[in-house]
Design a protein around this ligand. Structure first.
Ligand code: 1CP
Length: 342
């Protein structure tokens, strides 16, 4: 394996001793960075993901401008349903829209298991180019949406607070729901394996809407499939599982084979440690809204958070994606507060 100049993230994932915890931010490549917005004036969102040179540039921006300890490849979770034959539009100020959602057996026929290497080659090219351009400065994180989170968009057709249509389908047609989730699982395994082959050092599964399910439904419709993916990737790379809002599932998730569990800000670090067990690396969980506070307050909260989680088997992060209008200086203050520990 090539040597990384900054290997903190992979060490924390392996449970090795670190001089200080690594820090990165979910959605760190994106709208709060003026240089990203400049690129977006020229290219549409999907163009940015499809041009490896552009995706590489955006991926590296937070490494150079904010100083994070890891890069995460610039792409989106919805490239997977796109590759399966579903039209996905990215609507300005609205988010993703799927004009023909999947809600029946007939709709299912629109979904295919694609030749992943061919349909998503642009992601793999972007990963290979990013890896080369990073030249070992920091590790590169690959990612995918969890099958359940992709299901939410596929069935609902757009962003929603409740994903009521998606949740309703789990009860009204569990067989069809499982069929869709199984297809998404199969494609996601191929997708993530290819990301690793192209140079991703570890991967994160974004189960952003896992917490919309109650504990039993979470086990059957979210965790079951995430576990299948994690087991399939066991010999490829470490996996971070982030099931937002699913604090009640931490015990079960700690048995999934994941190397780290992501947390949002609804859980106390001490409780998460107890439920996940002391062998598990935890990641999170600062409220992204706190980055609108002063540098002094950010520093104080970061220190408090690190002393609650402990500096080992811990990855500093936000509890969800960085908010679009966050001042870049404040993102830097967040990262520097961690680096000052060394
Ligand atoms: O430029 C723009 O205005 C488009 C905004 C944007 C960006 C910058 C979207 C649309 N996606 C992205 C990039 C993105 N998406 C990354 C890049 C790497 C990084 O820096 O982290 C990642 C990891 C994602 C993952 C993603 N997309 C998730 C999971 C993480 C999360 O925030 O929960 C989800 C749910 C999506 C769907 C999506 N795509 C875009 C938006 C605005 C959304 C969320 C909409 C919603 O809340 O339902």
């Amino acid at each position: 394996m090539e040597s990384l100049k900054n290997n903190l993230l992979l060490q924390a994932l392996a449970g090795e001793e670190v001089p200080r915890p690594p820090v990165w931010m979910m959605r760190q490549a994106g709208r709060y960075l003026p240089d990203y917005r400049k690129i977006r004036e020229k290219y549409s969102f999907f163009e940015c993901t499809q041009k490896p040179e552009i995706a590489t540039e955006i991926t590296i921006q937070p490494v150079e401008q904010v100083g994070v300890d890891a890069a995460i490849i610039f792409s989106d979770i919805l490239v997977v349903p796109q590759a399966m034959g579903v039209e996905v539009q990215m609507v300005e100020n609205t988010g993703p829209v799927i004009p023909s959602p999947v809600r029946s057996e007939d709709d299912l026929k629109k979904l295919c298991i694609p030749d992943v290497e061919e349909r998503l080659h642009y992601v793999f090219d972007a990963i290979a180019l990013t890896k080369k351009t990073l030249d070992g400065r920091v590790p590169l994180i690959g990612f995918a949406g969890s099958p359940w989170t992709l299901f939410c968009y596929l069935v609902q057709g757009k962003s929603s607070n409740s994903y009521d249509k998606a949740r309703t389908m789990l009860y009204s047609n569990p067989a069809l729901s499982h069929q869709i989730l199984e297809m998404l699982t199969k494609v996601t395994i191929l997708y993530l394996k290819n990301q690793v082959k192209s140079g991703a050092d570890c991967v994160q599964l974004f189960d952003s809407w896992g917490g919309l399910l109650g504990p039993e439904m979470f086990n059957s419709f979210s965790l079951k499939y995430n576990q299948e993916i994690i087991q399939a990737l066991k010999d490829d790379c470490p996996v971070i599982l982030f099931s937002k809002g699913a604090w009640y599932g931490l015990g079960a998730m700690s048995q999934s084979g994941a190397h780290a569990l992501g947390l949002d800000w609804h859980i106390r670090p001490e409780v998460a440690r107890t439920w996940a067990g002391d062998k598990m690396t935890l990641q999170g969980n600062l409220d992204p809204a706190l980055l609108f506070s002063s540098g002094t307050d950010i520093k104080k909260e970061v220190r408090k958070m690190i002393s609650a989680f402990g500096s080992q088997r811990y990855i500093v992060n936000l509890g969800h994606g960085i908010l679009p209008n966050t001042p870049v200086d404040h993102a830097r203050a967040f990262v520097n507060a961690v680096k000052e520990m060394e």
